[in-house]
Design a protein around this ligand. Structure first.
Ligand code: NAD
Length: 256
């Protein structure tokens, strides 16, 4: 476990799934955590699970809405007196499974607005705080930035954009803020959904066995890597992208 005592991390999309695992992990590392999420019901469940923990703040907000981002960052700085790290994790995968010839501009825009513009807005308004001490940012991209299934153009573009944003920011923030990206593969988040959305993933042996690591990923796998990249121990790492996919992108695939 890393020591995040007296530091504050903002985690977008922090009420469910991977973001929720990052929130839980950083709280265990004794840090202050501000979870920002558009889903208030999930946020209430997060607070209930950590009842009485004054190091956790939940704020309902849409990362694609600049006014809400500005108000949230101000509230977090006011509450904890500092903002040291940011995890741009909020993301959506739908709606955009239409073939590109039929992909509506509004669906393309909706994807980019949350997955990429949301990260830009968070960085834009958190950076003045992050830069005061040595700050760190982790952008939650995806192995979809590197490889694709058919009809996933908007999602792939949003995650590729996040990878590029990562190295651009790392250079712009030289000496002040380290910026890295995490690229998860298949992560089973079913257990960290809000009650109304919890589901049995019914993963087969084949699902697990096709991963060189022998299993489908868990949110905790991504939380541990994210915490490392935010920690003092990662002080020499910036501008990089880290794949955590159980080896799937390293597998040669031949069709007989
Ligand atoms: P999830 O749907 O379980 O959680 C995402 C959270 O983000 C939800 O709580 C949701 O309410 C919140 N959110 C959505 N839109 C928002 C907005 N506009 N403003 C604020 N919050 C918003 O998803 P997940 O599987 O945990 O994915 C988390 C991140 O990891 C995403 O960026 C996703 O693209 C990425 N990722 C996930 C996987 C996977 O297999 N689960 C793989 C690769 C990358």
């Amino acid at each position: 476990m890393f020591d995040f005592t007296a530091t504050t991390t903002v985690v977008t999309g922090g009420a469910q799934g991977i973001g929720r695992a990052v929130v839980d992990y950083l709280l265990q590392c004794r840090g202050n955590v501000a979870a920002l999420d558009i889903d208030s019901e999930a946020g209430e469940e997060l607070l209930a699970d950590h009842q009485g923990n004054e190091r956790l703040l939940f704020l309902p907000a849409d990362v694609g809405n600049e006014q809400e981002v500005v108000a949230s960052v101000a509230r977090i700085a006011d509450c904890f007196g500092t903002v040291d790290s940011l995890v741009n994790n909020a993301g959506i995968a739908a709606p955009s499974n239409d073939p590109v010839e039929h992909l509506a501009l509004e669906d393309w825009d909706a994807m980019l607005r949350v997955n990429l513009t949301g990260a830009f807005l968070m960085v834009k308004h958190a950076a003045p705080h992050l830069g005061r001490q040595r700050g760190a940012i982790v952008n939650m991209a995806s192995t979809r930035a590197l490889q694709s299934e058919a009809n996933t153009e908007a999602y792939a573009a949003s995650k590729g954009g996040l990878m590029a944003l990562t190295h651009a920011l790392a250079v712009s923030f030289s000496g002040r803020i380290r910026v890295n990206a995490v690229l998860p593969g298949w992560i089973d988040v079913s257990s960290l959904k809000k009650e109304a959305k919890k589901f049995d993933p019914q993963l087969s042996d084949e699902d697990h066995r096709q991963h060189p690591a022998g299993r489908v990923g868990l949110p905790g796998d991504i939380a541990a890597l994210t915490a490392f990249l935010l920690s003092r121990e990662a002080g020499f790492i910036t501008g990089q992208s880290f794949v955590a996919d159980g080896g799937m992108t390293r597998k040669m695939i031949y069709i007989e």
